[in-house]
Design a protein around this ligand. Sequence first.
Ligand code: IPM
Ligand code: MG
Length: 360
Amino acid sequence: MSKPTIRIAAIPGDGIGTEVIEAGMEVLHAVSERDGNFDIDAETFDWSTQRYLDHGDFMPEDGLDTLRTFDAIFFGSAGDPRVPDHITLWGLRLKICQTLDQYANVRPTKLLPGINGPLAGVGPKELDWVIVRENSEGEYAGAGGRVHQGLPEEVGFDVSVFTRVGVERIQRFAFELARKRPRKLLTLVTKSNAQRHGMVFWDAVFDEIKGDYPDVTTDKMLVDAMTQRMVLKPESIDTVVATNLHADVLSDLAAALSGSLGIAPTGNLRPEKNVPSMFEPIHGSAFDIMGQGIANPLGSFWSGVMLLEYNDQPKAAARLMQAIERVTAEGTHLTQDLGGTATTREITDAVLEAIRQSNA
Ligand code: IPM
Ligand code: MG
């Protein structure tokens, strides 16, 4: 029987994206070699702000069709001070997520061994969450407009969009995920006390479907109160489902509480698996440290773990996660965001070494 191959489209994008995706691909190749049961076939695309400045587009016209032929997308970051962010994002990252309808954005947060978060007395046992972010509509639906531009009566508005299909599929996805975790606890984040249409509908769908998951315990939190619970009672949280904007904000807080934004991974998933899902570190392009070789590659590596898991290589995924945790536990190789002085190269080498030394 021939070995399965994971075909990866690597899109480093802007800023430190190039550095962390290069390191991430190196590590993924090493895991596949060590594992021996699958191959990786990767192609790198130069889709970025530089391309936009040179050619007027972030990706070729048939870019999305090209992506559809891959199993997974490994994305660095999008954002460059030379072009307004909303143009870059809608031209590249959001364009991919929206067109491929990768509606489930999954953001695990864990305090890795050896890493001290800002919360005293909180360790890996107390902080182990997954935030499920609605990734196709809500506040980011792109519905809205600007009217009377430049006139005194100018107005700009963004309309949140909640559809039954969109709400139900993300909440069911979160229930299924919560049910696979030991705690089987799902928290719905909402703001239905103030937003009386979409958010009330969001809550109502949750109440309608929760009976289908009798093994999952549920609770509801207003988003403002949720920020307090994350800080004051992290051990009371397990799986969280929230709208696009709410989860965007909460996941930055989660990343800070787990030590650094530099570690946090994400998967933009298409659960039907008829098109590729996209995996990326959430840290962004970080232009201030670009090109210095000091970016933290752990967010990229952990995104690689998610990529392997989602492409049916759980053993290899676990191997890579263990290698990451081994390096953080040793504590001798940490980048500046974690209080260390290690370079991207040094951390990558340490993780490569841990992969090579890992058990068969
Ligand atoms: C994230 C980022 C993006 C988002 C930005 C850059 C548009 O903050 O992945 O959380 O909100 O989706
Ligand atoms: Mg964000």
